[in-house]
Design a protein around this ligand. Sequence first.
Ligand code: SF4
Length: 180
Amino acid sequence: MVRKKLATVWLGGCSGCHMSLLDIDERILELARLADIVKCPVVDGKELPEVDLTLVEGSVTSDEHLRELKHIRKQSRLLVALGDCAVMTNITGMRNYFALKDVFNTAYVDAPSNDRLGEVPNDPQLLKLHDKVFPLQEVVKVDFTIRGCPPDADTIFYVLNEFLNDRMPDLAAVNKLKYG
Ligand code: SF4
C-alpha cells in the first residue's frame, strides 16, 4: 500500500480535540506505519504540502482562518472536521449571540485586569475577527465529521486507521458496538 500523508490543523478551538488525538497513545505507531504526519501543531511542519487527509479542529473565526481553511481544502484529498467546534461552532460559536464590539469590550475594557490601558488591541498585524464564527462546512466541502467535545481517542483512531487503510469509516457501527 502506498504510504500516505496526514496533517492536522487547529483553527478556532481550545486544543482539546488535539489533546484527545494524543490520547491514542502508542497507537500513533500503527498510524506512523501507514502515513507521514507532515503538519500538526505538535510537529515542526510549517507548510502544508498536498496530503491525503487533514483533520481540522475548531471553527472559522477570522480572516486568517478563512485563508487557511481554503488552502487546506485545496491541498487535501480528504478533509475531516474534528470535534463539535469544527462541525457546528459549539463553544467557539457562543460569541455569535453577541455583537463583536461587545465581546471585545467585555474581554479587554470591562474585565478586571492589570492592564492599565484597558484598550482593545488594534495592531494591524493581528488577525481580523469576523463578526460571526462559522463551522467548516459553511466555507468548504467537508468529507467526514467526527462529533464530540472532544471526540474520544478511540473514535479518532478508528477513523484515521480506516481512511489510511483505504476504507470508509462506519461510525454508526462503532456507536452501536459501544452504546448498544
Ligand atoms: Fe475544544 Fe470541544 Fe471545541 Fe474540541 S470541540 S476544540 S474540545 S471546545
